[in-house]
Design a binder for this molecule. Structure first.
Ligand SMILES: [Zn+2]
Length: 74
């Protein structure tokens, strides 16, 4: 799993909809990638604040910014 896969699966992860195999790969990536771990924390806080997930799909502009940021960390 790479950062782009993780970003696409984060809503399913937070809703506990990943199958065990995908979930294991998701969590393995979190262990090795600070950017995605921070991203997940932010998503969790957003969900806590709103009481639900903000949207099924991320705003594409926001997603591009995140992915660019991830690339810079490598
Ligand atoms: Zn990542």
């Amino acid at each position: 799993m790479d950062c782009q896969d993780l970003v696409e699966l984060v809503t399913a992860y937070l809703e506990d909809e990943l199958d065990p195999d995908a979930r294991a790969r998701f969590e393995t990536h979190l262990d090795i990638c600070t950017g995605c771990a921070n991203y997940l924390d932010q998503m969790r806080q957003t969900v806590d604040t709103l009481g639900s997930l903000p949207a099924e799909k991320l705003d594409p502009a926001l997603r591009d910014r995140l992915l660019n940021a991830f690339r810079e960390w490598r």
